[in-house]
Design a protein around this ligand. Sequence first.
Ligand SMILES: *Cc1c(COP(=O)(O)O)cnc(C)c1O
Length: 388
Amino acid sequence: MTNPTDTPFLPFARPDLGDAEIDAVARAMRSGWVTTGPETKAFEQEFVDYLGGGVQAIAVNSATAGLHLALEAIGVGPGDEVIAPTLTFTATVEVARYLGADAVLVDVDPVTLNIDPAAIEAAITPRTKVILPVHYGGLACDMTAIFDIAQRHGIQVVEDAAHALPTTHAGQLVGRLPSAVTVFSFYANKTMTTGEGGMVVTADEQLAARMRVMRLHGISRDAFDRFSSRAPTWYYEIVAPGYKYNMTDMAGAMGRVQLARLPEFLQRRRHLAARYLAELADLPLVLPSDAPAGDTHAWHLFVLRLSDVARVTRDEVIERLSRAGIGTSVHYVPLHRQPYWCDRYGLTPEQFPRADAAYQRMFSIPLFTAMSDEEQGRVIAALREILR
Ligand SMILES: *Cc1c(COP(=O)(O)O)cnc(C)c1O
């Protein structure tokens, strides 16, 4: 086994930031304009162009902020229900609670680990306002089935696309699908980063207008742009108690460089994923599902599950990988096992048999563009030794 004393620790993830990002951030700093400004505006436009146009993009300081803006703009409030998978990060649904609405957690598909459309259908009540699917690991949910359910029941869809840049469903990029709002994350370990940040995408003009206003204190520019070209520059109107969710121009400048590198990032992630899929295939593991032919998996995560014949536990694997100098993570401790969600809604593991079974056996191994083939080789060799 590799001796951790002479091998540097391989972290679970590391951002891929080079001189171009550093120069871009420095350019923003030297410009004298460091809050939301020209860099963020250009980043929003370039994001729209990346998606192929026909949508609006609103830069925010986190995907969590973006999800909050989306639900607020849709009008989610006390008494409303938002359906989401239990196998996700708490941010997906905490935003429903910010607005006094309830999260209704449902089970996942046992193969893809994405939200199960049949479980969504079974959870719908007259109070259901939004379905909030998460493209787990970067693999698109069954959006055809989800849009069909949403349409039949008159419910909105908001996509948590924190893992899904770039992901396609039936040949269409996530961000262009017919949901009300799609929210991307630029958190440090995501497929591209701005340190902290997110992008809200919608084709709906009214939702976009509301989210732009609420992103920055409920300040309305339209009020004076539209009615009074003579209004002095110091004048503004507050039309709602908004939030402080805008992106800085340092983050926007970093995002522009990362976005331009996204095709290169995707290629690298695909290469790493294909090698894992090939070289771990004979081990007692359930490998992650690839995207259907012709579709794109963003490969944000590479989640393994121990199969029935494995002779070690998940915790032992994580411990032994750590001793071999390899970082791992678990995505996720399902929300039905988190004290807040469990207590609030009286949830038990028996209500989520598939997510719960997956959780007991799952661990995520390093897959990031800045890792070398040699580093990936160490992960493969360590797993082969632990699981043989
Ligand atoms: C990272 C993540 C978020 C939150 O993103 P932030 O930009 O950190 O707010 C939301 N949902 C999922 C599934 C995530 O992985």
